[in-house]
Design a protein around this ligand. Sequence first.
Ligand code: IPM
Ligand code: MN
Length: 356
Amino acid sequence: MNYNLAVIPGDGIGPEVVEQTLRVLDKIGEKYGHSFTYTKVLAGGCAIDATGGCLPQETIDICKKSDAVLLGAVGGWKWDTLPGNERPEMALLGLRKELGLFANLRPALLFEELAEACPLKAEIVEGGLDIVVVRELTGGIYFGEKGFKETDLGPAAYDVEQYAEEEVRRIAKVAFDMAMKRDKKVTSVDKANVLESSRLWRRVVAEVGKDYPEVELNNLYIDNAAMQMVRNPKQFDVIVTSNIFGDILSDEASMITGSIGMLPSASLATGNFGMYEPVHGSAPDIAGKDMANPMATILSAAMMLRYTFGLGQEADDIEAAVKKVLAEGYRTPDIAKPDETAIGTAKTGDLIVAAI
Ligand code: IPM
Ligand code: MN
C-alpha cells in the first residue's frame, strides 16, 4: 500500500530530525512492503522567509490532500521580533484549525533506560510513568473572540474562553476510547469552581462517561492537577482537558519524564487523519550541528502508523528499535550523562534503521 505524507521539516532542528524519520519510515516500508511518498511543504519561519507568510495556502492544500502530516518544528530567534500574530508558531494554530485537528494526544512515558533523568524522587515514579494527556486543540481561549477595549482602568485586551457542548463531547470520547485501551481511568481537568465554560465541560464529560461504565472518571481542578502531577503522577492514566490547561499540563507531564526530547505527539481530526510532531521545539541553538535527538519525531511517525494507518505491528517495531538503541547505551547529548560519549542525529538514525 502507498501512503502519501505531507512533510513539514520547518525550522531549526526540524529538518534534521525529519530526515532521520523518513529514513526510518523507508526502512519500515522495505520490511513490510509499504511505500511512503513524501511531499515537502513550507510552514513557520522558513515559509515567512520564502513567501512572507508562515502558512502558505499551498501548504494547507497539500496537507488536506495527503493521508497524514509529519512536522519537525517551527520557530527561531530570527523571527522573535515579529508581532505576535505573524510569528512562525501561528502556523501551528492555522494547521490545527484548517485541518480540524481537535484531539491532541501527548503521551508522557518514563523510559526505564532514562529513569535517572526524571527530576522527581525515585520513589515517586517507581515502577514507571505512563500518562496520556488528551488536549482539546481547536477551541477554547486560543480560538475564542479576542480584542482590545477601553475600560475604567484604561486600555485593556481580552481573549474569550468558550466551549460548545459538541466540542467537549468529541474530545471526551477520544479520551474514554483511549482509556478503554489502557488502564480505564480518565481524569478530567477544569476550573469548574470558577468558570462557566468549565462547568459545562464537567457536565458533558460526565454524560459521555455514562457510555463507558468500565472507565473510572475523576474530576480535578487545574491547580490541584498541576500539584498532583508532581506529588503523585502515578495516579494518572488518561487526562482530558481544555486547550490552554492541556498546553500547560502536557509540558509539566513531559518534564517529569525527564526526556522532553523523547516525546512524540499526535493531533487528530475526525476519521483517521492526523498531524504528527515531536513535543520539543526547534532548538535553534543546536540546529545544523548533528546534535539533535531524532527519537521524538521517529516515535511520532510510529504514532502515525498506529493511529492513521492502523499499522500496529510496524509502530511496535519502531518503538522497539528505539528502546533497543537506548538499552545498548547510545545517547544524544540531551539525554547523555556527563560521563557518557554522546552520538549525533544521523548516527541515531543509522542505529534505529539497523535495529528495524
Ligand atoms: C504547543 C505550543 C503551541 C501551543 C504554541 C507554539 C502556539 O506551545 O504545541 O504546546 O501553545 O499550543
Ligand atoms: Mn505548549
